[in-house]
Ligand binder design. Structure first.
Ligand code: AMP
Ligand code: GLY
Length: 428
């Protein structure tokens, strides 16, 4: 099977690495990929994965490439091409593709849509209302006190503002709806009560009717230790988390996935792809903060190092509607991923810093380095983005996996590199 993966982050490196292990894979391309993806080889045939310089949002070029190379199966990593309708486009052209279609992508591309859906189908979420009117939005925010103001549309993960009081909430509403800090994404807002609790990530693979839940994981969204500093794309993740045991996870799955799939069928949404609910474990039970319609980054790096199944078979079953026949199998080991980021991230940061020590780190037991913002320049691997590497390690338990990941981090160097020293510590 000839496979094309779309995207260039750590998530896509993990997807490529795992897909390339499948005996079904005969050739793998990644558009646009990164320096680490370009070093992968197919486990069975030994041929190299090829990176193609087509951007993840350039739908016409991606389609032309898939047609020219007779790609059998395309796998989409990021949210943007999904929201742009890449799945619909490929399907209209008779090409097999994995990921949610444009209608299903609305769960991530519109927070108003998601909030209304959750309320309609009884999915536990924060008390919230949606607004297109500034005055009404401010009035509701004032009634909540501490609250969260969210721009409706995609805003590069920055459209969620946590407000401690009425003044901050009014400022947030103005920023999103009046100053249009996130452009058209801010025409409408969702305002939620602020929920206290422990935040975990859930993932479920769906095929239109069946949803298969993954084990638990936890991301670390803030830039600094102890969850301080600015929000980022994610500074590290681990799986499993002790904050939900198997019985509790099954309980959450029943409360969320069952009404979710039922609601999708009722609304005529054919949800085939990954559903990633962000969940707050509150004193009054688990509540959904948001839905993402794709794999998490860096959650994918820890999930795929634990996954036993052939990923080609699983994604094929998700796209084909035959997931009920698949049983997900996970290694009992724990996995920890520590993100090495450029100095300054998530604000401005330099690029082009030479990275050393990768070979040594990659050879440590249980360690796999997933690349994100890296590029090849004059034969050397250099930084080219905010999140640079996802240093991932499997271990017999979380403590062992954490120690292995940090040992690998210690052997990698680039100027200005920064990382959190407490990934998975909350669980220990
Ligand atoms: P979202 O993109 O909607 O998941 O929001 C980004 C981050 O903001 C989440 O990962 C949470 O850490 C935080 N957040 C979102 N909604 C709430 C809420 N209602 N209460 C507390 N924190 C929230
Ligand atoms: N781990 C955060 C995200 O993928 O959105």
């Amino acid at each position: 099977m000839k496979i094309l993966v779309i995207g260039s982050g750590g998530r896509e490196h993990a997807l490529v690495w795992k897909l390339a292990q499948s005996p079904h894979a005969t050739q793998v391309w990644c558009a646009p990929g990164n320096a680490g993806i370009a070093q992968e080889r197919l486990a069975q045939k030994g041929n190299a994965v090829e990176c193609v310089s087509i951007g993840a949002e350039d739908l016409p070029k991606l389609l032309a490439f898939a047609q020219e190379k007779k790609v059998d199966f395309t796998v989409v990593g990021p949210d943007n091409p999904l929201a742009l309708g890449i799945v619909d486009l490929f399907q209209q052209n008779g090409l097999k593709i994995w990921g949610v279609n444009q209608k299903a992508a609305q769960f991530e591309s519109s927070k108003v849509f998601s909030q209304k859906f959750m309320e309609k189908y009884g999915i536990p979420t924060a008390a919230a209302e949606t607004f297109s009117d500034v005055v009404a939005a401010k009035k509701f925010a004032a009634s909540l006190g501490k609250c969260v103001v969210k721009a409706d549309g995609l805003a590069l993960g920055k459209g969620v503002l946590i407000c401690h009081n009425q003044t901050e909430a009014e400022k947030a509403v103005d920023e999103i709806m009046v100053s249009k800090a996130f452009g058209a994404a801010g025409a409408n807002v969702v305002i939620q009560e602020f929920l206290e609790g422990i935040e975990v990530s859930l993932h479920a693979l769906c095929d239109g009717t069946t949803a298969k839940i993954f084990p638990t994981s936890q991301d670390h969204k803030r830039a600094l230790e102890n969850d301080e500093g600015l929000n980022t794309g994610g500074m590290g993740a681990y799986s499993p988390t002790p904050f939900l045991n198997d019985a509790q996870l099954a309980g959450v799955a029943a409360k969320v996935l069952e009404p979710f799939m039922r609601g999708c069928v009722a609304e005529g949404i054919d949800y085939r792809g990954l559903l990633y609910p962000g969940v707050m474990l509150t004193k009054s039970g688990p509540k959904i903060l948001e839905f993402n319609a794709r794999f998490g980054d860096p959650e994918t790096q820890v999930y795929l190092t634990r996954l036993e199944n052939d990923l080609v078979e699983l994604l094929d079953a998700s796209a084909s509607g035959t997931l009920a026949k698949q049983e997900l199998k996970w290694k009992p080991e724990a996995s920890v991923c520590v993100i090495l980021a450029s100095g300054g991230y998530p604000e401005n940061y330099p690029k082009g810093k030479i990275i050393t020590g990768l070979d040594v780190a990659n050879k440590l037991p249980g360690v796999k380095i997933f690349h994100a913002g890296t590029a090849l320049k004059d034969g050397q691997i250099v930084t080219s983005g905010g999140r640079v590497l996802g240093v991932t390690a499997l271990g017999k338990d979380l403590k062992t996996a954490q120690a292995a990941a940090y040992a690998a981090v210690a052997s990698i160097q680039f100027e200005g590199a920064r990382f959190r020293r407490d990934i998975a510590s909350k669980a220990l």
